[in-house]
Design a protein. Structure first.
Length: 400
């Protein structure tokens, strides 16, 4: 590994010093996942300034150049291999030499995503010797025998398990985790909401004008066609209905963007957005702008908080908007929305996705109500981000 800009694993060893922290399971093409990686990287370095932090991430070839501050290697399932594909001796040695391997938060650990190679790889990592932790996870219910067995082995050997919603805590315990060891946290992206230094990083970036949010009083709309566990399979029809609902709710222009776009085949919400616009009458098409290209994790922070009204079919834009006091609406029937339980934002999650329900939901955000606060909208969900920060800080300090 030759430094932060390295994009390929070259079989080099860890440098001297430590602790050696390997963060894994980031899907960089999704800027929500990337933002989680950024947040965790910052927490580790703040906890132990001399720590070595490496990300075993997916999508490095596609968008890795957007993150020159992250040191990256291929995903762990490529390094150590799985029952379906071999790893490499160099990759296995590299993982073995880590002091701790942390599977970063997100929603991938659910059967609907078929995360079999990731689960198998995590079990192999646990067998290699580094401490293993799962942090900020949404963890689903599994009935596939090998996945249950492997997850049980991972969870029972993990030195820390932090989930971001109550059903995930139940799943972890059902799979064999010690109930006393499973902490209810939040999403790691929310740790940036209380980190004032991130604003300095954003200001320092030289960002092209076409990636900056508009200064106009437009409505922000995040459309998606990604199928997720428990979701309406016809997401494109929902996108069409939602766009029409937003246009009908006010005479303001609409800016359509997504936290997962600009990477064909992996993150292409912009395609479904453009098709939804093309199906509009000409008079309405003139009011809509579809943002082109990929928006990275840093862009996600800017765009999620740039609009006084935000309606989203993606999780992280709604979470970040709410943390900024913007009364956003999240159109999603995915079970991970239990993340918002106990907060005012829970009443702004739209699980039924027929035209009448969408029309009523949009009017919660468009026209824009008075801006609130993150504490008022997210309450305990926002407060639990302190659990994430404290748990990761304690873990890294313990191996330092």
């Amino acid at each position: 590994m030759t430094g932060p800009a390295a994009r390929e694993f070259d079989a080099a060893k860890w440098s001297e010093g430590g602790p050696r922290v390997l963060l894994t399971d980031c899907w960089l093409q999704n800027s929500g996942d990337a933002l989680i990686a950024i947040a965790m990287d910052r927490i580790v370095r703040q906890a132990v300034p001399g720590a070595q932090v490496v990300h075993a991430a997916y999508g490095v070839g596609q968008v890795g150049a957007r993150y020159p501050g992250l040191t990256v290697v291929p995903p762990v399932d490529e390094l150590v291999g799985t029952r379906w594909a071999p790893g490499t001796d160099e990759g296995t040695d590299f993982v073995r030499d880590a002091d701790v391997v942390v599977s970063q938060g997100g929603g991938f650990l659910r059967a609907g995503y078929r995360p079999w190679s990731r689960i198998d790889a995590l079990e192999r990592v646990a067998q290699l010797g580094p401490r293993v932790a799962l942090m900020g996870q949404t963890l689903g219910v599994f009935d596939v025998a090998f996945a249950r067995r492997s997850l049980r082995n991972v969870l029972t050997s993990a030195v820390s398990v932090v989930v971001r919603d109550a059903p995930s805590r139940d799943s972890a315990i059902e799979l064999g985790a010690d109930p006393a060891a499973v902490l209810l946290g939040s999403d790691f992206a929310l740790t940036l909401a209380s980190d004032p230094t991130i604003a300095d990083d954003l200001t320092a970036q030289d960002v092209p004008a076409d990636r900056l949010p508009p200064a106009t009083d437009a409505v922000g709309l995040v459309l998606a066609d990604h199928e997720v566990p428990g979701e309406n399979p016809d997401r494109r029809s929902v996108a069409d209905l939602l766009l029409r609902s937003v246009l009908a709710a006010s005479d303001r222009d609409v800016v359509v963007w997504s936290s997962s776009q600009g990477v064909p085949g992996d993150a292409d919400d912009d395609v479904v957005a453009q098709r939804a616009v093309e199906r509009l009458p000409a008079r309405d098409r003139r009011r809509v702008r579809v943002v082109e290209g990929h928006l990275d994790g840093y862009d996600l922070l800017r765009w999620s908080t740039a609009f006084s009204s935000l309606v989203s079919m993606r999780f992280h834009p709604a979470v970040l908007a709410a943390a900024a006091g913007i009364p956003a609406v999240l159109v999603m029937s995915d079970g991970k929305t239990s993340f918002f339980d106990g907060s005012a934002m829970a009443r702004r999650v739209v699980r039924r996705q027929d035209a009448a329900t969408l029309d009523a939901a949009v009017r919660l955000a468009v026209p824009a109500p008075e801006r609130s606060t993150g504490e008022a909208l997210l309450g305990p969900v926002l407060a639990r981000a302190d659990v994430n920060r404290a748990s990761l800080t304690e873990l890294v300090a313990s191996v330092g």
